[in-house]
Design a protein around this ligand. Sequence first.
Ligand SMILES: [Zn+2]
Ligand SMILES: [Zn+2]
Length: 469
Amino acid sequence: MNKPNETKAAIKRISSDYDKEIVLVSDFSAFDMKKAPLYDAVILDFTDKKGCLQTLKLIRASFIESVYLLPVFILSIVELKNEEIQELSDGVINNIQTDAINSFVENVKIKRKQLKPFTPSPEIDRNQIKLLRYSFTREKSLKPVKDRFSVIGYKYPLINLSVESKDAGAEMKAITNAVEENFFRADFIDRMHLCGKCYSGFLNFKEVDPETGDAHLETENIIHHFSCAYVGPESDFSREDKLICPKCSKTLRHIGVDYDKPSVMYHSIESDRYFQDPEMKAECLNCSHVNDIEGLVQYDLFELHLTDEGKDEAIQPTGSQTAADTVYSGYITYATFGTFLRYEIERVKSSQKNSSIGLLRPAITSDIENDLGHQYQKLIGEISAFVVNNTSSSYILSRSVNSFFILMPETPIDKCNLAMNKMKKSLETLFENNVNEHNIDVHSSVREITPNSEYQTVLNDLRAGILKD
Ligand SMILES: [Zn+2]
Ligand SMILES: [Zn+2]
């Protein structure tokens, strides 16, 4: 009934003990991207190396969540050293073990269930959300890999596939933004020096004549003849295969005994100039700009690890207007809160009366949230109501996922501290009484708003204070 096994099936369903749609793709022309969301996992056969890589990239380049978050494995009997494949795939396997694949798929599913829908808007950086969500669902860091086709010479494969503009600046900006917002912890990998004009990492470092910029140089030893103290280039001494001093006509015998070579001299071939110190330049092989060394852009590469902030942002992007943001009365959205904070700083400048700002965050990890299930929403609702009822009506409140921001106009920092500590204790009691199986701490942080405060710094410090708490 089965045809003789002449050709491999283009897309083969892998049977397993689990109710999962896992397919092995060998013929990539038969793979339909539109069907990707129907699978639980795909295994790409590395036998067709080009097709395999292309399909892997197409999947990860998508902005459709059910496509780019799809578990993808690479089947290869040979060991693969390709770092890009490691970064973009969920693993290179040499045989198909459905147990391992199934448990990976289950883990990703659990994480994906936590992701809240968001409405795209101009404030939302969907590229950033993609990075966060990919990293979150895999519990995987993002690593840069060497790539001679990338302008910098390195790339973050997922970011590289996702930024619209292919110039290096866009990719660098995406990373800087995410790190500045504390969504990733950055571990140093390497330091690059890039063209100051176009950010290219392809530079030709060369010594040039400081007068003419000419790189066609030769070096010559300087000879110091001890007995007559004459100093001059080696060519002045060369007579056939001997070294004879042009001043005293003695034959030079032993280096270190009757003469020395204290330094070298540069000779510019074209202009026949001699000079001591050449200049170092870095010519860009991408845009031809000749950079001074000081003019190069120093750029550090990092391995990016998702922080708790990043996890929150992955689950529910801030600035996204979802129902959950407005459900609790007494709160304003985070974006509006930001505007209020800006006004408040201006007001403090003219009134010279300092204000304070506080942040409360119950340490509810995504695991605890999962565990609590429906109880979580109820609990967070109770906390929200509690915060509203226990703060002065002149305070401005904003809630973002489970972070509570409290702006206290004309409130000195010590008074703010007292209020926050009291609230923190009360919330911890509230958790104790409502959640038996977990011990939930409440982190808090406060900052003073002075005439010198800067809006973004205040918010960053406030968040950083939580991490140190
Ligand atoms: Zn001499
Ligand atoms: Zn350049």
